[in-house]
Design a protein around this ligand. Structure first.
Ligand SMILES: C[S@@+](CC[C@H](N)C(=O)[O-])C[C@H]1O[C@@H](n2cnc3c(N)ncnc32)[C@H](O)[C@@H]1O
Length: 209
């Protein structure tokens, strides 16, 4: 049966209607970042339905998306202008050249993966970055204070609805300190953190030396 191991096969067509309204702000924040860095080339690893790339393409970036799920890529291709290139590949082993992008993006991908996969996704994002380029990670921050807990109440419900395994990975991601904890663990030093969604989500950036 096609796509039988693809957890996104069933949700591909619903993904944008369900998440789009909540993620508009963070998509625009990445576009603003790309503009500020004068980034001409962008790759989105685990790009899903391509929403981030479509926004970057409109801002003049040459965009590439990588995703394992053919149904998610089918939605992305249908919605995207032909100028965006999509690659059906594992984000832990991307068939693209070293140091070929000004900005690499990992959005809402790390939190749903086991630790070894997170490590490989981050390593690939760094490998594809040009020296001086920017890594942009949009994902969950560990809860801080009452507002952060409130934010994660909402996010937790969403993650629970995505299934038991998904929810367990999300909890484990937070337990290791969210995006900032993960970067620290990998010896990567964030340059900027822009929280949103009551502090539950953050756009975390770092520069490749
Ligand atoms: C939660 S969605 C996020 C999509 C998109 N980045 C966004 O911000 O909306 C996670 C995506 O990661 C993709 N994915 C999961 N594991 C992957 C892997 N090992 N390599 C490439 N893509 C993967 C899924 O197919 C899915 O499209």
């Amino acid at each position: 049966m096609p796509h039988q191991n693809d957890e996104y096969a069933q949700v591909a067509r619903l993904y944008d209607p369900l998440t789009g309204p909540f993620l508009r702000g963070v998509r625009q924040a990445v576009v603003a970042l790309a503009r500020a860095r004068n980034a001409h080339t962008a790759v989105d690893i685990c790009c899903g339905t391509g929403a981030q790339l479509i926004a970057l393409d409109r801002a003049g970036c040459t965009c590439t998306g990588v995703d394992l799920s053919l149904p998610m890529l089918a939605v992305a291709r249908r919605k995207s202008p032909p100028s965006i290139t999509y690659v059906n590949a594992d984000g832990t082993q991307i068939p693209l050249a070293n140091e070929s992008f000004d900005i690499t993006i990992l959005a809402f991908a790390l939190h749903e993966k086991p630790a070894p996969v997170r490590k490989s996704l981050l390593a690939e994002a760094m490998r594809l970055l040009k020296p001086g380029g920017t890594l942009a990670v949009t994902d969950y921050l560990a809860p801080r204070g009452l507002l952060g807990l409130l934010g994660h109440l909402g996010v937790g419900l969403f993650e629970r609805a995505a299934g038991a395994e998904h929810h367990a990975q999300y909890r484990e991601y937070l337990a290791q300190g969210g995006t900032l904890g993960l970067l620290e663990l990998r010896g990567l030093h964030p340059e900027q953190v822009s929280p949103s969604h009551l502090g539950a989500v953050g756009l975390v950036t770092l520069r490749k030396p």
